[in-house]
Design a protein around this ligand. Structure first.
Ligand SMILES: Nc1ncnc2c1ncn2[C@@H]1O[C@H](COP(=O)(O)OP(=O)(O)OP(=O)(O)O)[C@@H](O)[C@H]1O
Ligand code: SF4
Ligand SMILES: [Mg+2]
Length: 410
């Protein structure tokens, strides 16, 4: 089922966002065929990597895309970049429907969209120099030539914080952080509008991660870039994202401003993901307990009926396993302006001990949905709900408050 694309502005997109989003996907599906047989291959099923998502990204905005391994994050990014031909739905880039674009039309759009990959070791050709890697997209797209191109490569290396004289070195001569800077310089080579950063810091040492995040933020301000920032860890996307989309098994289950997600997560899965993010206050952190989701992640080739999260949902158990979770697929519905959640019982999440403790809010009283836990529900948690700091009034979702900072724009 296709839900309306939420207006980014309400959830904290940049104030200068225009009426036309840079990227908009509607009802996007990307299935990979499963075949069997050696001589005669038969289509026996599909991996439903992305199964009907709606998302728009405003110009200059950063949207974080978060979820467990295999939930379809990279496939969303690659399908937006049209590295895949979608199974269904629409991809619109800067007002142009590119769902089935091909040939020169696709090439022209691709120039405006680039990707930064997770692994700076595997994504750079070891036989090419840094300068060759950065200039390759310019060669492919006939962008600048000769001395102009060489100057641009030097400028790009300097822009990402590398010595331009290192252009004749090979990837193995650089550290992991420096290699990722080469990947960033390559992504910038064609003056793109959109960058899909697919877990760009996951393979880097913690000490280097902040440098790359700061670099990406600075470049966004300098060049007016728009980012889709993919991560499996909510702690990574917190500071860079204006809005965050949480994915589970091919679907977006929660979409809201960054601050609203951390202060008032309303999907049980988002609450579980947030419980893994440390809070930098030892007193608060000492009270928090991680929510361990029970059960295996279901296969995307055979997703559960109804709500896909129902096989692992702590809230469903808490509520006495209502049939509706199995019988009816929840749609992404707007709870407050710009805050959409795909859960039949999202209202029940608000004020639970689990929500309160993962956000680190102080409080007292008996949490609503925690009032009568079933034995099964108790077993689904790493710690008992009893004794957790109880509910405080939920922070209002403020469109202004969702933007932690104003970025410099050129
Ligand atoms: N080219 C492909 N052919 C077949 N199946 C694929 C292909 N690409 C991805 N998949 C499958 O689609 C599902 C989603 O994969 P995807 O790489 O998008 O997940 P992800 O959220 O990016 O995971 P990770 O965090 O591990 O990178 C997985 O089950 C994966 O095995
Ligand atoms: S719809 Fe039911 S199973 Fe799905 S997240 Fe909500 S409570 Fe859990
Ligand atoms: Mg991935």
């Amino acid at each position: 089922m296709t839900t309306p694309v939420l207006p980014a502005q309400a959830a904290g997109a940049p104030a200068q966002a225009s009426a036309t989003p840079l990227v908009s996907v509607e009802g996007l599906r990307m299935y990979f065929e499963i075949t069997s047989g050696v001589l005669l291959s038969r289509h026996v099923g599909d991996i439903r990597a992305v199964d009907g998502i709606d998302l728009s990204i405003e110009k200059g905005e950063t949207v974080g895309l978060v979820g467990e391994s295999g939930c379809g994050k990279s496939t969303v990014g690659r399908t937006i970049l049209r590295l895949y031909r979608p199974t269904a739905g629409r991809v619109v880039f800067d007002g142009q429907d590119i769902t089935y674009a091909e040939g020169s039309t696709l090439r022209a759009v691709r120039r405006r969209m680039q990707m930064i990959f997770q692994d700076p070791y595997a994504s750079l050709n070891p036989r090419m120099t840094a300068a060759g890697i950065v200039s390759e997209p310019m060669e492919i797209h006939n962008f600048a030539s000769g001395r102009e191109r060489r100057e641009r490569v030097r400028d790009l290396l300097a822009t990402v914080g590398l010595d331009p004289d290192y252009g004749d070195r090979y990837p193995h001569e650089f550290s992991g952080g420096q290699r990722q800077r080469i990947g960033v310089a390559r992504a910038l080579a064609l003056h793109p509008d959109l960058i899909v950063a697919d877990e760009p810091i996951s393979a880097l040492d913690v000490s280097i991660q902040a440098q790359i995040i700061n670099l990406l933020e600075r470049l966004q301000g300098e060049f007016g870039l728009t980012y889709l920032f993919i991560a499996h860890d909510l702690s990574v996307v917190r500071h860079i994202s204006d809005r965050i989309a949480v994915m589970y098994l091919g679907k977006i289950v929660e979409l809201t401003g960054s601050r609203a997600l951390y202060e008032r997560p309303l999907h049980p899965y988002s609450v579980a993901l947030l419980s893994a993010v440390p809070i930098p206050d030892p007193a608060v952190e000492g009270r928090r307990r991680r929510i361990i989701l029970t059960g295996d992640v279901p296969s995307p080739s055979n997703p559960p009926n109804g709500c896909r999260f129902h096989t692992r949902c702590w809230l469903r158990e808490r509520l006495g396993n209502p049939d509706r979770c199995v019988a009816e697929e929840p749609v992404l519905r707007e709870m407050t302006a710009g805050h959409a959640v795909a859960c039949h019982f999202a209202e029940e999440v608000d004020g639970t001990a689990e929500q309160v403790q993962v956000t680190g809010r102080p409080g007292s009283g008996t949490p609503r949905a925690a009032a009568g836990p079933t034995p099964a529900a108790a077993g689904s948690m790493a710690g008992e709900a009893a004794g957790f700091p109880a509910a405080a009034p939920a922070a209002p979702a403020s469109p202004e408050g969702d933007r932690p900072r104003l970025r410099k724009r050129s």
